[in-house]
Ligand binder design. Structure first.
Ligand code: NAI
Ligand code: MG
Length: 365
């Protein structure tokens, strides 16, 4: 049977961009690559119907699915809600229940958009790197944590803590990805000043030596990594790093490439029921209430999230290449949603026109 895909379109522009992904899925279905697609509610849309941003039945579907594709959640209508039922809680609960410990954030710069970068065109044109950020441990979760009283003042404490197995599983996620890409991983920590960094470096090297001899592994201090990302980002293929450094490095890398409307992401966990990794794919952007309902949203971030699912969940690298080539083609042809116009101006096409153009490009390639 076909692999299964659960679509959770969510709120705001979520359903608008997801409608364009459905067109792409339909095209692949007509050309020999099929998925069993089910759809359900998440976020505010789920709250409106169930009084909770993630119903138990929806979570059960996510746990049974081979991959989840999520649009975006949230919006001003829900800002007044109690924290326990806020749309974002639906997302957090999904990530936690699926135990998605590896967050994948690509920074890919299509040539046609290279002038959008805050860096010079020649530094970023053709850039294609992937940051793998450990997502469920490290200093954001380590104990002890809290604000305590020490003598006559207070002290704020967080603990940067990693077990060997937490490092090992994040490293394996990065090495597995590297096998689908350029076979190179650069691991970033601060082994010069942090104990968890020393262990991180040791474990990453051991996993590489014992299980991934085909992968080239290098190590870099994270502060130098930040510098190198801005100086010469094309030197990297896959970057493996912890939760804290990954938070910062992935946001910096994202801005090398331009618009929020172009950025996909994925979060991966352990092997699920049918042998695929537990996985959730989603654009980096939110529900964009300022443009929702106007046909202005750029669907490419969500379409590229589906492309990541093809590549990293289902080992369909050829299909992912084709979809990315279709995106590249429409951009090279000069087609732009409003967010991609830039100071030079021009005429914007709608969300739906962009989806149609990508499908037409798939057909023509
Ligand atoms: P946002 O990402 O929704 O929007 C930021 C700006 O980027 C807006 O001007 C928006 O119009 C523009 N933008 C975003 N995606 C775009 C696209 N595909 N095409 C064209 N323009 C696009 O972030 P914001 O405004 O901070 O948050 C809005 C709502 O989304 C809030 O309720 C927030 O909590 C939620 N949110 C949800 C996320 C998620 O579902 N993963 C992530 C970030 C925010
Ligand atoms: Mg961040």
């Amino acid at each position: 049977s076909n692999p299964s895909l659960l679509i959770l379109a969510g709120d705001g522009i979520g359903p608008e961009v997801m409608a364009e992904v459905r067109k792409v899925i339909a095209w692949f279905d007509a050309h020999g690559t099929s998925f069993d697609v089910t759809e359900d509610l998440v976020g505010g849309a789920a709250y409106d119907v169930h009084g909770t941003p993630l119903a138990d039945e929806t979570l059960a579907k996510a746990l049974a699915a081979d991959a989840v594709l999520l649009g975006a959640v949230g919006g001003p209508k829900y800002d007044v809600l109690d924290f326990s039922v806020k749309p974002e809680r639906g997302l957090l609960k999904l990530r936690k229940e699926l135990d998605l410990y590896a967050n994948l954030r690509p920074a890919q710069c299509f040539d046609a958009l290279a002038d959008f970068s805050s860096l010079k065109r020649e530094v970023v044109a053709g850039l294609d790197i992937m940051i793998v950020r450990e997502l469920t441990s490290g200093v954001y979760f380590g104990e002890p944590r809290g604000i305590f009283t020490e003598g006559n003042e207070r002290v704020g404490i967080n603990t940067h803590r990693y077990t060997e197995s937490e490092i090992a599983r994040a490293a394996r996620a990065a090495f597995d990805l590297a096998r689908q890409r350029g076979s190179r991983v650069c691991s970033m920590e601060k082994a010069n000043v942090m104990e968890a960094g020393i262990l991180w470096r040791e474990v990453a090297q051991k996993i590489r030596d014992e299980e991934y001899p085909d992968i080239t592994l290098s190590h870099m201090y994270a502060d130098n990594g930040a510098m190198q990302l801005v100086r010469a980002p094309k030197q990297f293929d896959v970057i493996l790093t912890d939760n804290l450094f990954g938070d910062i490095l992935s946001d910096a890398a994202a801005m090398l490439t331009g618009s929020l409307g172009m950025l996909p992401s994925a979060s991966l966990g352990a092997t699920g029921p049918n042998g695929y990794p537990r996985a959730m794919y989603e654009p980096v952007h939110g529900s964009a209430p300022d443009i929702a309902g106007q046909g202005k949203a750029n669907p490419i971030a969500c379409i590229l999230s589906f492309s990541m699912a093809l590549r990293y969940s289902f080992n369909l690298g050829d299909q992912a290449d084709k979809l990315e080539a279709a995106v590249e083609k429409v951009l090279a042809d000069g087609l732009r949603t409003a967010d991609l116009l830039g100071p030079a101006g021009g005429t914007a096409i709608s969300t739906s026109q962009m989806g149609d153009a990508i499908v037409a490009a798939l057909e023509s390639l």
